[in-house]
Every structure is written in C-alpha cells, then in structure tokens.
Design a protein around this ligand. Structure first.
Ligand code: BJ8
Length: 401
C-alpha cells in the first residue's frame, strides 16, 4: 500500500475470510463490504484492471463490465468531509453531493482515488455542476440524461448517449466492446438483480424473516463486492439460510411490527438512522423503493434483440425524481405497497434535495387517494436530528391501525 496517500491507506482494513460462516457472519461481510472492498479494488488495480467510479443508478454499468472494468459506487454516506467541501460548495446543497465531493478533494475515498474514469449524468443541478469541479482533478465524463421518459425522442437521445459512453470507454482504455460482451454483462447483472429481488421479497412474509436494517446492509453492501460468482453464491446462501431458519421458527421481527415501505433519496451509511428509528418504534421496513433497493432490482434488462437498445430502454425507465413526470416511481411504489402489505410509507428526503422535496407532494397525494398513511422525514448526514426523527417516526407508527 506504499503508493497510496496516507488518508487512503489508513482506511484499508485486512479482510478475514471464513468458508463456514453463520448467517450473522455473512451479514457482517455485507455490512463491512464497503470497507473491505477497498482492498479488493486495490488488488484488482494491481492486476492491471481499470476502475470506473459512478454516482447514479442511471449509469449503465453493464458497459464497464462488458469491457472487463470494475464499476465502483462513489456516493459518500457520512458527513466527515462536508466542512472541507463547504469551502468550495454552497452550504445549502444536498449532503450526498457535498460529502462525495469532500471525500474526493481530501483523498479520503479510495474508490475515487482508484477510479481511472468517473462517469456522471445530468440528473439534479447540484450533481451536474459538482462534476464540473471534480473534472479539474479527475477524468470525468458526463452523460446527458433526458429529463422525460414520455417524449418520443427521449429514448433516441439516451441511446446515443450510451453509444457515446461506449466510445469514450473504448478510447480511454484501448479496447473494443462487442455486442456479445455486452449481452454477457447484461445476463450477469440480470442474474444478480433476480437474486437480490428474491432476497428482499422474503420480507413479503409476515412477520418478515429479516429486519429492515439487515435488508439495507445487504443491499448497500452488495455493490462493494466485485467478484460476480462469489457474490451470487453468497446471496443464494443468505436466501437459503433465511428460509431455513424461518421454517424452523426463527422470528427476528415481532408479528405486531407495523410494515413500512421506505421511499425517497438513496440510503446507506449514516442514513440507516431512519430505518433504526422506525424499527425502535415497533415498525419494520419491509421494502426500500429507493436507489438502494427495489428501484435497481425490480426490472430485468431485455435479453433479446439489440443489447444497446435494451440497455437504453431499461435505464431510461428508472423512476427518479429528476424525471418529469415521474410516473415510474408511483407505479413501483403502488405495487410494492400491495405486494408487501404495507401499513404505511415513510419518505426520506435529504436536506436541500429539490427534486425529491417537491415531488413529495405528488407522492403524498398518491397515498392520500389510496388511504395509506404517509410521512416525510427530511434529514442530512449528521446525527444531530436523531431524537427528532425518533419522535416523529414513533408518533407516525402509533397512528397506524
Ligand atoms: S437515480 S435518486 S442516484 S439521481 S439526493 S444528489 S437527486 S439533490 S441521488 Fe440519485 Fe441517480 Fe436519482 Fe438515484 Fe441530487 Fe437529491 Fe442529492 Fe440525489
């Protein structure tokens, strides 16, 4: 690790592997995945593999996998470097953007440090303008994302952006991405999506066989596991073990717990606090509609026909608040509420996230029309609002029938 900056090398732990792990041990391997993934990425870099840093669910990562590159998530989930970021960025900006930028400029994020290329999209204004600043010290490529899924030309624009990204990757890394390789990467990721969906759908059971906190750490951690085969093996193992322990009577969640769907901004790291306060007040998070959860895994990429068109079709269909109108979010939310027999929905918005804050009214109206209780909790990457979140979540859960 002698080539790494001190701030980075200090954060790299030594992973421990044990082939006969119990369920809690496998859970730990996922909750520790982000930390341990640093070392895995370092090893892959040493083997000569290229790394591409990404920020958003709209990024068609299959292109990087088809090219034999390693895609890594760069969004930060702690407030550690926000003061440093605020020396350049406005204070009233979403914490996800400030933290991600802060970790980049302080060299404290090994994933950013190892990234040969960073790919972003024109999603919210804060993010796309931050990419311009990031471009001063990293090789940043920004895709132009249409903000509508219903305009007839949106698909054509996104398809041409995907083809441009292919060319940029080919030129940067000196390789060729064939249709066959892309189709292979699509099949690989579809398989992962299918198993992750099977995993979170276990919480359709009443009571669910895992808490919302466990589900979140699995879904968040999986993005920092880079070996496809062993990742699939681990997910299958978790599913089998969870089913087995449920069959013999294990009930980690009380039957009386109110079933909650979480929607809104991406979660992980410090924002786990939202799930924690819900589960401390006789609630259980049964599904996450956001980018950490179902939004990413609910749909499969079409495996027949032109793979580039299939990729464009899939990613443009994601229901994020940067789209207008954002009907896909409501469709998924409505479906999850039915499927998981939700007692209520809690939306988590990050402070200063305009797309989600404004769309909150639309989501609120959607659930009012369906008589399903809905609450919005706004938070940031600090822990200073924990008591306030706890009080509001407890009051909401108490009102649920
Ligand atoms: S697809 S949710 S990952 S854009 S929270 S940075 S929107 S101001 S994270 Fe997102 Fe892609 Fe959408 Fe998902 Fe801006 Fe809001 Fe901050 Fe956000």
């Amino acid at each position: 690790m002698e080539n790494l900056p001190t701030a980075v090398s200090k954060t790299i732990p030594t992973p421990t592997e044990n082939p006969t792990r119990s369920l809690p041990e496998i859970f730990n391997s996922f909750s520790e995945a982000r930390k341990n993934g640093f070392l895995a990425v370092k090893k892959l870099k040493d083997q000569g593999l290229g790394v591409v840093g990404v920020f958003c669910t709209y990024t068609p990562v299959e292109i990087f996998l088809a090219a034999g590159l390693i895609p890594v998530g760069l969004c930060s989930t702690s407030d550690e470097t926000i003061p440093e970021a605020e020396k350049t960025l406005p204070r009233n900006l979403c914490p996800l953007i400030k933290a991600s930028y802060g970790f980049a400029i302080t060299d404290k994020c090994p994933y950013m440090y190892f990234s040969d290329l960073v790919v972003g999209e024109t999603t919210c204004d804060g993010k796309k303008k931050m990419y311009e600043l990031l471009g001063r010290f990293k090789d940043v490529y920004v895709m132009e994302l249409p903000q509508s899924q219903t305009r007839p030309w949106a698909h054509e624009i996104w398809l041409s952006e995907i083809r441009r990204l292919k060319e940029r990757v080919e030129e940067k890394f000196g390789l060729v991405i064939t249709n066959e390789k892309l189709s292979g990467a699509i099949r690989e990721r579809n398989l992962e999506r299918a198993y992750l969906k099977e995993l979170y759908e276990l919480s359709i059971l009443s009571p669910p066989p895992l808490t919302g906190l466990t589900q979140l750490s699995l879904l968040f951690g999986v993005q920092y596991k880079f070996d496809h085969q062993s990742k699939i093996k681990e997910i299958k193992e978790i599913i089998a073990k969870l089913k087995q322990s449920y069959e013999i009577g294990a009930r980690p969640v009380p039957a009386s717990a109110k079933r909650i769907i979480i929607t809104g901004c991406p979660m992980g790291g410090v924002t786990e606090k939202v799930t924690r306060v819900i589960e401390e007040s006789n609630g259980v998070v049964v599904a996450y509609e956001n980018c950490t959860g179902a939004k990413q895994m609910d749909r499969q990429i079409r495996e027949n026909g032109d793979p580039w068109k299939a990729l464009a079709e899939h990613y443009l269909g994601l229901g994020c608040a940067v789209m207008t109108p954002n009907l896909a979010r409501l469709e998924l939310l409505g479906r999850l509420c039915q499927q998981f027999s939700a007692d209520g929905v809690i939306e988590m918005t990050l402070t200063a996230c305009q797309p989600y804050a404004v769309e909150s009214t639309t989501v609120h109206n959607f659930f009012r029309d369906r008589n399903l209780p809905f609450l919005t909790l706004e938070t940031d990457y600090s822990t200073g609002d924990l008591e306030q979140l706890r009080t509001r979540a407890a009051a909401f859960l108490e009102t649920l029938p």
